[in-house]
Design a binder for this molecule. Sequence first.
Ligand code: NAD
Length: 244
Amino acid sequence: MSDRVAVVTGSARGIGRAVALRLAADGFRVVVSDLPGSEGIALVVEDIRVAGGTALGVAADVSDPEEVKTLFERVGAEWGRVDVLVNNAGIARDNLLVRISDAEWAQTIAVNLTGTFLCTRQAIRFMMKQKNGRIINLSSVVGLYGNAGQSHYAASKAGVVGFTRSVAKEYGGRGITANVVAPGYIATAMTEGFSEEAQRQLLQQIPAGRAGTPEEVAAVVSFLASADAAYVNGQVIAVDGGMK
Ligand code: NAD
C-alpha cells in the first residue's frame, strides 16, 4: 500500500489531523490540506515525517473551486494518484435560525457541502482512471437528527449524506466507494468553546459518559479506507458513544 495516496482536507488540527496521522501510519502517502495560512499544516507534515511516514502539505480553501482545482493539480503533479479522499474540512457557527445571516448560511453550506462536492469532483477523476477509490465524508449526528441552534450546520451535514449516497450509487460499479462518518461529541477546538452547561447536557445524552477523541473517529476512517471495507458502500457510520 506504500504508493497509495490519501488527501485529507481540514487536517491542520482536530479530527482531520488525527485522520492524517492514522492514514500515514497505515502506510498511505498523505496530503495534509487546510486553509491558506494554517500553521498546523507544516506541523502535521512534520509529525508524519518524524513518525516515518510520507506527507505533503498543500493549502486550499475547499469552498473555492480554483483553489480545489490547484490542490488536485499539485497532488497529480507530485504523486500522480488519489486513492482516498477524506472530506473533513468543516465549520460550525451556532446561531438561532432567526439570527442566521445570509452570509452565515451561505458560508456554512459553501464549506461543509459545496467543499465536499468540489473536492470529490476533482478526486473522482483520478479514481475513475485507477478503477479504485475511497471517498469518506465527515457529516455529524446533527445532520441526521437536527439540533437547536445549528439549522445551517445540520442542513449542510444532511446534504453531505444525500450527496455521498448518490456518489456511492453513481460510482460503485467502478471500484469506488463513498461512505459517511458521523461523529457525535468529539473533543476538539470546534467543541471546546461549549459552555459547561451545554457540555453537561451533551454528556447526559451519551451512554459512554464522555466525549469521543479524534483518534476514535480516525480509526473508523482508517477501516473505511482499508481493503477490508471494499464491500461497504453508501453507509453512514456514527461514532458517537451511543448518543443516538
Ligand atoms: P476543527 O474546527 O478542529 O477543525 C476543522 C478544520 O477544518 C480546521 O483546521 C479548519 O481550518 C479547517 N477548515 C475550515 N474551513 C475550511 C475551508 N474552507 N477549507 C479548508 N479547511 C477548512 O473541527 P473538528 O472538530 O476537527 O471537525 C472536523 C470535521 O468533523 C468537521 O467537518 C466537523 O463538522 C465534523 N464533526 C465534528 C464534531 C465534533 O464534535 N468535533 C462532531 C461532528 C462532526
